[in-house]
Design a protein around this ligand. Structure first.
Ligand SMILES: *Cc1c(COP(=O)(O)O)cnc(C)c1O
Length: 365
């Protein structure tokens, strides 16, 4: 194989250039312009919901989602211990306190059986994260949330196109958030979005996104807001990307199936398991490689020109988050130690997948 196979690569081969050029020619390069509205409408239509709010990135999507729901000082938010730091940082940015819960060995997602033990009088919300695209057990989470009167912040940054009981993830929570960073399923360079259960929350978040300024009276502020807007240039990319979402998702599914078949002979490679009734959109195909050192495997593949990506560190293992620990985290630690993501992007060629599978088999031999 010539050159390096990256872990991820955006596919900008559709109308991306055309729409971006259109924006530049129009002069509407900031956050006013038709592509922002089109992107929001297309994203809402794809999810069969009435509103989507485009924002600057997936991190502020989480922050704005929580603030618009009134989550803040004194509140606790339950969050998995194995996720990107952004999930937890934004809880802290909102003034609330994250409570770290260990994950499930098979799905890598928050351990449903451990959630209730972490609920206190101050618990305000649960933040399920669909790790690597794999949907959480939303039925169980919704049942717990209803029983204890909790909000749900669905961190759907990695799961665009995943479904649970035939419904797209990101539509289950009081808010559902997305990231369009360069390595995500679709990208706008930097970007994010929020879906809302309640249209009043959407209206409120829309005002907060734009400095808290009154929509009826310019430069009159009723709220202390933010500038979390997406630019028309970014939205132009988003519109072009969304046009090809079905194609992108279909290819990622094929890639994951090819990996699963190719690695099935090695028993100690465990694939991330998806709950019955759920479909993983395969953001990143991430098995755990037990009985070998995943670090050695990573180096071995690197030498062959294959980039891989280590699983997240458990948040509990980093001193900066130690005050949010609440119990043991042996499962997050195990997945973190053995998990390795393989290249999972739509333009990855079949012969490259075969090459990767052969290299892994060779390492095990
Ligand atoms: C990518 C990601 C985010 C943050 O998105 P950005 O657009 O990079 O700010 C949040 N949560 C999870 C789980 C992510 O993977």
């Amino acid at each position: 194989m010539k050159g390096m196979i990256p872990i991820m690569e955006p596919d900008l081969s559709g109308n991306e250039q055309k729409y971006l050029l259109d924006v530049i020619k129009s002069g509407w390069i900031s956050s006013k312009g038709k592509y922002v509205e089109d992107f929001e409408e297309n994203l809402a239509d794809f999810h069969q919901v009435s509103h989507a709010l485009a924002v600057s990135n997936g991190t502020v999507a989480l922050h704005l989602g929580m603030v618009s729901l009134g989550i803040g000082l004194g509140d606790e938010v339950i969050v998995p211990n194995l996720t990107f730091a952004s999930s937890v940082n934004t809880i802290i940015h909102a003034g609330a306190t994250p409570v770290l819960v260990d994950v499930d060995l098979e799905t890598y997602n928050i351990d449903i059986c451990q959630i209730e033990a972490h609920i206190t009088a101050r618990t305000k919300a649960i933040m399920p994260v669909h790790l690597y695209g794999n949907p959480c057990n939303l039925e169980a989470i919704i049942t717990i949330a209803e029983k204890h009167n909790l909000l749900i912040i669905e961190d759907n940054a990695e799961a665009l196109g995943s479904t649970y009981q035939s419904k797209l993830t990101g539509t289950f929570g009081d808010v559902g958030t997305f990231s369009f960073y360069g390595n995500k399923t679709i990208t706008t360079g930097e970007g994010g979005a929020i879906l809302f259960k309640d249209s009043n929350t959407y209206e409120h978040a829309k005002i907060l996104r734009d400095h808290g300024m009154s929509p009826d009276k310019r430069y009159w502020h009723d709220h202390i807001g933010f500038n979390y807007r997406l630019t028309n240039m970014q939205a132009a990319l988003g519109c072009a990307q969304l046009e090809r979402i079905d194609e992108i998702l279909a290819r990622k599914k094929q890639i994951a199936e090819k990996y699963a078949n190719g690695l099935s002979k090695i028993e100690s490679i465990k694939l991330q398991k998806t709950d019955a009734g759920a479909v993983n959109s395969q953001w990143l195909f991430t098995p755990t490689f037990t009985e070998v050192s995943s670090k050695e495997l990573m180096n071995f593949l690197q030498d062959k020109g294959i980039e891989t990506r280590p699983a997240f560190y458990p948040l509990s293992s980093m001193p900066i988050y130690s005050s949010y620990k609440d119990g043991e985290y042996s499962i997050s630690e195990a997945i973190s130690k053995n998990g390795l993501s393989l290249p999972t992007f739509p333009t990855l060629k079949n012969e490259e997948i075969d090459f990767i599978i052969n290299a892994i088999n060779e390492f095990y031999d």
